[in-house]
Design a protein around this ligand. Structure first.
Ligand code: PD2
Ligand code: ZN
Length: 291
């Protein structure tokens, strides 16, 4: 498994550790010295006054101070955005929006216009059928009222075109191409939508066992926009009040799990109804293990 680029370098500066006062500093250092797990401490801290990013940074600072190992963070796909342009290896995408918690990154020019058209043509050659969803109880694919699009699946690396795009997505999110599902194509006509849902599998639901057995949890999602849409068809995040409008060649990445590897409740998202035009997207789900 590759090292997540999200990891913050340990530092001897304790600005963040000290940011909530001396009592918190002592609490963090004392508990680490007693052998408490940083993951557990992170949960306690975020239940109180800390936000997750700051708490994680404070823990890193304390671990560096105590010279304890700093590799406690769970691994997940992550797009680093130190600049407004992102080198994808074979092209340069533009960062349009970046949210740290939950991690969401919107990239323009992730695919060329030609790549979008070719992906659609290849999917149409395979046949685009009514989409299904995974039933949480049975683990089977079933028709669902909340999802009225139609679609098609590619197996991973099914052809050169798909393989090149997968390689690009893997490179920018620092997550192996082997740990991902094949691209899925979804087509929405006016009135069609995908109501808000989570992409992660709920470990408490019996139907998730079958999904989790192959490849483990879904950790990250890319939605790649293959068409421009005249009206509607945004990808919405209702908890955050965010809507990403479709734009041919652009793509949005979001984390399905939080920093600690737990299902990200704030990743609730949906495809809002298309009002005018046709929306076609490709989704790419990144898994915990080889898929
Ligand atoms: O089509 C979309 O915008 C969309 C939004 C949310 C697709 C999916 N989720 C999905 O296929 O999971
Ligand atoms: Zn989804």
């Amino acid at each position: 498994m590759s090292t997540p680029v999200a990891k913050l370098e340990p530092t001897l500066s304790c600005t963040t550790l000290d940011s909530k006062g001396a009592t918190w500093r002592e609490w963090v250092l004392d508990n680490l010295q007693r052998g408490c797990k940083p993951q557990t401490m992170l949960e306690n801290m975020t239940a109180k006054v800390w936000d997750i990013e700051t708490a994680a940074q404070a823990l890193d600072e304390a671990l560096a101070l105590l010279k304890q190992p700093s590799d406690w963070r769970s691994s997940r796909p992550y797009i680093n955005t130190p600049a407004n342009y992102l080198d994808c290896g074979d092209r340069v995408a533009q960062v349009l929006f970046s949210l740290l918690n939950p991690r969401i990154v919107l990239l323009d020019n992730l695919l060329s216009q030609q790549e979008c058209d070719t992906l659609i043509e290849l999917a149409e050659q395979k046949g685009i059928k009514k989409s299904s969803v995974v039933d949480h109880e049975s683990g089977q694919f079933v028709d669902h009222d909340g999802r009225s699009s139609s679609g098609s699946y590619f197996t991973r690396g099914e052809n050169e075109h798909v393989a090149r795009i997968e390689k690009r997505l893997a490179a920018i999110s620092d997550w192996p191409v082997t740990h991902a599902e094949g691209l899925q194509i979804l087509k929405y006509e006016p009135g069609q939508e995908y109501r808000p849902h989570f992409d992660w599998f709920d470990p408490s639901k019996p139907g998730s066992a079958k999904q989790l057995a192959r490849g483990g949890q879904r950790l990250g999602t890319f939605v790649l926009y293959l068409t421009d849409v005249e009206a509607g068809g945004g990808t919405i995040f209702p908890t955050l009040g965010v809507e990403v409008c479709p734009r041919k060649g652009a793509g949005v990445f979001f984390a399905d799990v939080d920093e600690t590897g737990k299902p990200e409740q704030k990743s609730l998202h949906g495809g809002s109804p298309v009002i005018k035009g046709t929306k076609i997207v490709a989704t790419y789900w990144q898994r915990e293990n080889s898929y």
